[in-house]
Design a protein. Structure first.
Length: 207
């Protein structure tokens, strides 16, 4: 983290203090300093995320992101992380509606955990579904929108961010093509580590 801080300074990149832990965690995960400029935060997004992970629920769009979220951090805060992509009811709903499992999973999340943190690192369709749900009244605690790819990725992020800004929903979005399940997990972990006061590696059991 010291190397990252020094290199950000050398590049003349100034991160608002309230967003620094998230940005640095993503750079730490990816070794990609573009995220210092690509990550966009609605006002108060990090503060909302810190509050939400204390005893709250995080729902991811991939089991890979779910696997990457710190279990000690969740345990310390009394929270939980879930992914519905392998849920048989989600597969059945997607088939019945002629849509993707990511869409069906986000509809399920909206119904069953309306105040959760929604962390999307893979599926642009999940972001579009969340945007639609927000327009219909859903108010997630925080939306993390960081899918990676080329097809509808940029457009879905732009729509999500605009929708969240319009309706006052906290959001952290990696604008452009970059992202991924590892980035979604990294953002969740930055929030969990900060909320659980585990930013010091020694607090996480590291020597």
């Amino acid at each position: 983290m010291g190397i990252i801080t020094a290199e950000l300074a050398a590049r003349g990149l100034e991160i608002p203090p309230e967003n620094a832990a998230v940005v640095k965690r993503v750079i730490h995960t990816t070794a990609d300093f573009d995220y210092a400029e690509n990550l966009r935060f609605t006002p108060g997004a990090v503060a909302a995320g810190l509050a939400a992970v204390r005893g709250g629920t995080i729902i991811t769009d991939t089991n890979m992101a779910l696997a990457g979220i710190t279990k000690p951090g969740l345990a310390r805060l009394g929270g939980q992380a879930l992914c519905f992509m392998a849920d048989p009811t989600v597969a059945a709903a997607a088939k019945a509606d002629g849509t993707t499992r990511a869409v069906a999973a986000m509809h399920k999340a909206a119904r069953e955990y309306p105040g959760a943190v929604l962390a999307v690192g893979n599926a642009p369709t999940a972001l579009l579904t969340i945007a639609e749900e927000i327009e219909q009244g859903l108010r997630p605690a925080l939306v993390i929108g960081v899918p990676v790819g080329f097809v509808n990725v940029v457009e879905s992020k732009e729509r999500l961010y605009a929708t969240c800004a319009q309706y006052g929903v906290p959001a952290i979005v990696a604008m452009g093509r970059k992202g991924g399940s590892n980035v979604a997990a990294a953002i969740c972990n930055a929030l969990l580590y900060a909320a659980a006061e585990m930013l010091d590696p020694k607090a996480r059991g590291w020597s």
